[in-house]
Design a protein around this ligand. Sequence first.
Ligand code: ZN
Length: 283
Amino acid sequence: MSRADVDRAGAVRPRTRSIGVDPDRPSAATERVSILVIRMRIAVLSDIHANLPALEAVASDLPQVDQVWVLGDIVGYGPQPNEVIATLQAMGARSVLGNHDGAAIGTVDAAQFNPDARRAIEWTAGVVDANTRSYIAALPEVRRDGDVTAVHGSPRDPIWEYITGPGIAAANFDHFETRLCLFGHTHVPVAFRAVDGQVEATQGLPGDRIALGGTRVLLNPGSVGQPRDGLPDAAYALLETGDGAPDDAVEFRRVRYDVDRTQRLMRDVGLPARLAERLSFGR
Ligand code: ZN
């Protein structure tokens, strides 16, 4: 990791000290050694889908973290897109673009959306404020800081591809260069690890902490605002990483939130009833 990378990353502030201070050497004054913070804890959130009660529950569950990464689909489906974006701004989140985000501001084609998703995105497009619009417009499709790459769908096709199993995961390991790649889009928590030329899938069960053993990993934290693994609680992950790759680990977490409140808000603004009902079941 170069110092420039670290500086661009922002939140990892290398402590520096001058070495070999020798007034006769012109370079001495600027010669510095970066001492990286060894361990870094990253909160990984995805597919919030304008569900503010779910995001607020996750935010209050968060322990002290160094960074917050958000893997797209910040809006769409849910009733509070502007409030969710403002909350992420306050959290200093590093976000990437999801298909619903782009569709909400007209930069991604919503033709592939199912009818409920399209109705929801049309409603969203009608309520996004200037701040939300400019936030989404500035989102990259791929984000890379240090050992971590982030995308919404897959590194091969950041907006649309669903990584649903080890085969698709295997095909994607050649499409990013970092040790870790964070993705979302499927709304299902899972870690795909590349081990001896094979890809192993580990389901992200609530509360599980998985040692990643220094292998390359494609990691999905699940969905904050519309889980689809049969559990209604908001999903996110805590990633521990740093210079010591063998110490990489991920913890899959779930947080109960006020599902009724989100459903009421959805009904109040006329979003499709089925989208509200599915939140009760995590489907
Ligand atoms: Zn999504």
